[in-house]
Design a protein around this ligand. Structure first.
Ligand SMILES: [Zn+2]
Length: 106
């Protein structure tokens, strides 16, 4: 069984609280260099794409990925577990270091 944790880690500037993904070297807003980790659990799907081929992978199964905008404003690319369409709100989970999205229930 793989480990799955609710939410995806983002980095928040310790000075101005702006959130980023991935961790930047300097905060583009205030040039602060200290960041604290935070977790976002919800995002809106902006674009869905399918990776049909991967170089060097013989038994590649097509995978769906999405460009999403988190509730905190970061744009993140996540793997998809469910059939979701642009505009859908998804739940973010982290599985073995990789961010995934799944349809929100309710
Ligand atoms: Zn900042």
């Amino acid at each position: 069984m793989s480990t799955s944790n609710a939410g995806v880690t983002i980095w928040r500037c310790a000075n101005c609280r702006a959130g980023f993904f991935p961790e930047p070297l300097l905060c583009p807003r205030c040039h602060g260099d200290r960041f604290e980790t935070d977790t976002v659990t919800e995002a809106t799907v902006e674009e869905v794409s399918v990776i049909r081929h991967m170089l060097g992978q013989e038994n590649w199964q097509p995978r769906r990925i999405a460009s999403v905008r988190t509730s905190d404003g970061q744009r993140i690319t996540v793997g998809l577990r469910d059939e979701v369409v642009p505009g859908a709100v998804i739940e973010l989970v982290q599985e073995e270091q990789a961010p995934f999205g799944r349809a929100k229930i309710g």
